[in-house]
Every structure is written in C-alpha cells, then in structure tokens.
Design a protein. Structure first.
Length: 61
C-alpha cells in the first residue's frame, strides 16, 4: 500500500479502526504526510501487531 492509497481512504479507514479498536484515539490515527511511520508505530504499540499485520488489517477494512 502506498502513501497515496492510504491517504485517499484514510478518513473511512480511521472510523472503522476506531469502531474495531476502542482504545485508539484521534491522536493515534493522525496521518500527515511524512508521519506514516510514526502513526504505524503508535498503532503497533497500542494494538500489539506487526507493521505487516497492520497493513493487512487496514487493507481489509
């Protein structure tokens, strides 16, 4: 998944992630160009998943 694909549907995906994982906050899900790795790192810590698992999870939403 590239940055353009992720940004293109991010608001929809963000809502689905918050529904599925109630512990996530808006601050955890802030996606600003250049901050992709930081956001994924926060999600890894909060959800206990690898980057590969997160990419699959986000793609499946």
């Amino acid at each position: 998944m590239n940055t353009t694909e992720l940004k293109g549907t991010w608001n929809e995906q963000k809502g689905k992630l918050k529904q599925r994982f109630a512990q996530l906050t808006d601050n955890d899900l802030i996606f600003v160009e250049g901050k992709k790795d930081e956001m994924l790192g926060r999600l890894q810590i909060k959800l206990g998943k690898t980057k590969e698992e997160l990419h699959k999870l986000i793609a499946s939403l």
